[in-house]
Unconditional design. Sequence first.
Length: 421
Amino acid sequence: MTTAEATPAVSVWKRPGFRRLYAGATISWFGSEISELAIPLLAISTLHATSGEVGLLRAAQFAPFLLLTLHAGILVDRMRRRPLMVVADFGRFAAIGAIPLLIWLGSHSVIPLLFLVFIAGALTVVHQIADTSYLPSLLDRDALMSANGKLGAAESAAKLGGQGIGGLLVAWLTAPFAVLVDALSYLVSGFLVAGIPHREQRPPRPEQRRLRTEVREGLDFVLRSRIMRALVGEAATYNFANEIFLVGFFLWTARDLGLSAFVIGLLLSLGAVGAFAGASLGERLSNRFGFGVTMLVTMVVGNGVALLVVFAHGGGAGTIALLATAFLVQGFGTALANVHNVTLRQTAVPEELRGRVNASYRLISWGVIPLGAGLGGVLAGAYGDRTGVVIGAVGLALSSLWVAFSPIPRMRTAPREDDLA
């Protein structure tokens, strides 16, 4: 693949390819957040789904991340990334768009929804891995920090407003129309990405090897590199502990503190507000204090602030203010650190391995999520809801140790692939 011409970080907006990629990502993220609320509501209110069926619907949505991620990484390394993203967007438009169509045609079964959300999830896996792997070929290495910051801020903004607008659409136009809006967002994204003027070279034809060998190469790279081990270890520990924290948090705030759903949702949305600010400042802080120091300090702050829940007692204004502060600061710190994380995985991984490395990273870091959620429920039931929250908060704080004891804090700038040995 050709190396992109020099592109100062300050001129990232002048690249029409990045503008289209940014617009497509923002629109599709926004649509996805609408469906995050609208699809379960459609199953419950329109199809009268049981709690077990709603759980299966959620499982079908995330199953591709466990079952197909490594194979998607091989696909991304063997093909041009931009066409894969376009096909994935159009495929998600067809799969999600079929959901309201089935409802309007009189379907009363949840089973078709399970297949459709699984297909959409599988295409999302391909799109996400291709997207992360494509950006380094679109921009110069020095522009990646700025680009990732802008994309991170856009994703946070989508999370902040998407579900709220989704709720309004469900209330005003019914759930099928809200899901249709999500489908259309993928259609628009597909056309935007298809119009990117940058053209990739076809990857060299790989030698004929067993899939197991290619999968192992990506996993071996992640586990062999001190930096990648630190990144994936921190992400997996964070996600595992965060699920324990969130399960306990929902039970504790709703049952013990008696907070309304509106207040709980407002507290969670503050994390997106903090994330928007943090992602926007990533490049500026990194240039001033250094890449590694900025990543570690913001990670320690973002991961450790959840420990404030130890001081929360009762459901009064003081507790709400404390929780609001924790979520706001957590969103700020973790989003800023994540900008550095993504940039590391883009600049320091060989081009021919980038898809498989990103897939291996995602498999390990996301594969622990259902395990954490299950353990969170067990801990809350056995030791109390608040105890589950505290245990999750301690795990979040400890996750930063992976990066603290790695070479990352000593980095002044993002490394190149030769530095990742």
